[in-house]
Design a protein around this ligand. Structure first.
Ligand code: BES
Ligand code: MN
Ligand code: ZN
Length: 489
């Protein structure tokens, strides 16, 4: 999509729609729009509530339609509410199949103009996404997308931040595309190929793909066990970006890459399995993140590690009650084959700790249904063994639409992983499930600073809402990029 900017309202070009935002209880329009809008305001049909929209068809002017957009009360507004409001306007614009829009950027008494602009721009770009490649003949017409946006009230100096936001949003699209696509196509090998492609983005990226033979040689018993019933090969994927060669700081991002989760022999019921193409959303987010920071040229060293498998079901399935040996040497008695994410992450995390020796690790995983029960889809939950890391992640979250809340690592619950015949069982039961998932992972990170973000609800919504037009949200890309932007030394 092309965008333009104009500093003054009167200098704008022709367009299909003019989006004009209003604070609730403060419905004042510029003189050129008065004759069109004042009757609407007088009628009381438009109040300016957040996300409220009203089309008006002016007799003359530069646009065919004016869309009055409510932002809610000025003193109660947040950047998130601005994202949602503009998303609601864009939904109205798409419903009339308009392709070009002029958008007036609102002014706020207290909030910095730049922040308002970023919020609006994020809402616009997050909304202006479609995933239509799986639509068949007859449905081929792609859903309406904006082709041209002109932002009104912008100065030249604002364009850098608009460009940066656009790059980050392309990262979000990249992650969404991987999650929305067929699990039959997005197999571990495909994620490996994707990681190879990312290498081309920058000479500072090096991708290494480890195949089954390597996993066997390294004795990554858990990754191999989970993948056993699948007809596709498992991979461990490593992408390293050296943006600051002088620094010793090395941040590792680990993403759960289960390309489909049937539950294995502990098979999921239909409703539970339905969304399980999303089980590689952690992998998608970390791959999209490293690609994005390489394009932005951030001065950080980041390595992405993705264990990727398919948790299939069949005669070769790994078995409940059997004991499998992890890369770390710890043995695991399987009491639920559906708790597979933590198994492949365990091998990946101990690989990272032993071979990369990072300054810190952040893992993203669609790990538990429990986190969905706790937070629903609007927020991800996380655990961390380091206060600074936890604080930095929360700060990054506040600046983006990736909402996050911390959960405690309740040590006492570690006893639920006791096994009579092995070092650990893989499921400690469903109560406090999100916390227990994190406690299991903690067994494999040693003293390394670490945070685990459970994105099971946040990554894949049951229906489109706000600025997420498809199920896959791309959760984590904005959060991680924002976090990495503030790493210095
Ligand atoms: N992939 C699922 C978690 C999930 C649930 C992701 C809902 C997205 C939406 C994970 O592998 C899983 O099955 N977890 C189990 C763990 C349990 C057996 C300890 C769960 O949450 O039921
Ligand atoms: Mn599972
Ligand atoms: Zn899973």
């Amino acid at each position: 999509m092309k965008y333009k900017f104009v500093s003054q309202f009167d200098k704008r070009e022709k367009a299909d729609v003019l989006i004009f935002p209003f604070w609730e209880k403060s419905l004042h329009s510029p003189s050129s729009l008065k004759s069109s809008l004042d009757p609407v305001f007088l009628s009381g049909d438009f109040k300016g509530k957040n996300g409220e929209t009203f089309f008006v068809y002016p007799k003359d002017g530069k646009e065919t339609r004016i869309l009055a957009l409510g932002l809610g009360p000025e003193d109660k507004v947040t950047i998130e509410l601005l994202r949602r409001a503009i998303a609601s306007a864009l939904r109205a614009v798409k419903s009339v199949k308009a392709k070009s829009v002029n958008i007036v950027i609102p002014k706020h008494k207290k909030i910095d103009h730049k922040e308002v602009l970023i919020g609006f721009w994020e809402g616009i770009l997050l909304s202006n996404y479609t995933f239509h490649k799986l639509m068949g003949e007859g449905l081929k017409e792609a859903p309406p997308m904006l082709e041209k946006v002109s932002l009104i009230g912008i100065e030249v100096k604002d364009t850098t931040i608009l460009e940066e936001t656009s790059t980050i949003m392309e990262g979000v699209y990249f992650a969404r595309d991987l999650v929305n696509d067929n699990a039959d196509d997005i197999i571990p090998f495909h994620l490996a190929e994707t990681a190879r492609e990312i290498e081309k983005v920058s000479s500072k990226i090096k991708t290494t793909i480890y195949d089954r033979a390597w996993l066997e040689k390294q004795k990554m018993g858990l990754i191999l066990a989970v993948n056993r019933a699948s007809h596709v090969d498992p991979f461990l994927i490593e992408v390293a970006y050296t943006g600051n060669p002088k620094s010793k700081k090395q941040i590792v991002l680990v993403g759960k890459g289960v390309t489909y989760d049937t539950g294995g022999l502990s098979i999921k019921p239909t409703e539970g399995m339905l969304g399980m193409k999303c089980d590689m959303a952690g992998a998608a987010a970390v791959l999209a993140t490293i690609r994005t920071i390489a394009i932005l040229g951030l001065k950080v060293n980041v390595t992405v590690v993705v264990p990727s498998v398919e948790n299939a079901i069949g005669s070769k399935s790994y078995k409940l009650g059997d004991v499998y040996r992890s890369y770390s040497g710890k043995t695991i008695e399987i009491n639920n084959t559906d708790a597979e994410g933590r198994l492949i992450l365990a091998d990946a995390l101990s690989y990272v700790v032993k071979n990369i020796k990072p300054s810190l690790i952040i893992d993203l995983a669609t790990l538990t249904g429990s986190v969905v029960m706790t937070f629903g889809e609007l927020m991800a939950g996380f655990c961390a063994n380091d206060e600074t890391l936890a604080k930095d992640l929360l700060e990054a979250s506040h600046k983006t639409s990736d909402a996050l809340w911390r959960l405690p690592l309740i040590n006492e619950y570690k006893e639920s992983f006791k096994s009579d015949i092995a070092d650990l069982v893989n499921s400690g039961g469903r109560d406090a499930g999100a916390i227990k998932g994190a406690l299991f992972l903690q067994e494999f990170v040693g003293d390394t600073k670490w945070a685990h973000i459970d994105i099971a609800g946040a990554a894949y919504w049951s229906k489109s809402k706000y600025y997420h037009p498809t199920k896959a949200t791309g959760y984590g890309v904005q959060l991680l990029v924002e976090y990495l932007k503030h790493i210095n030394d």
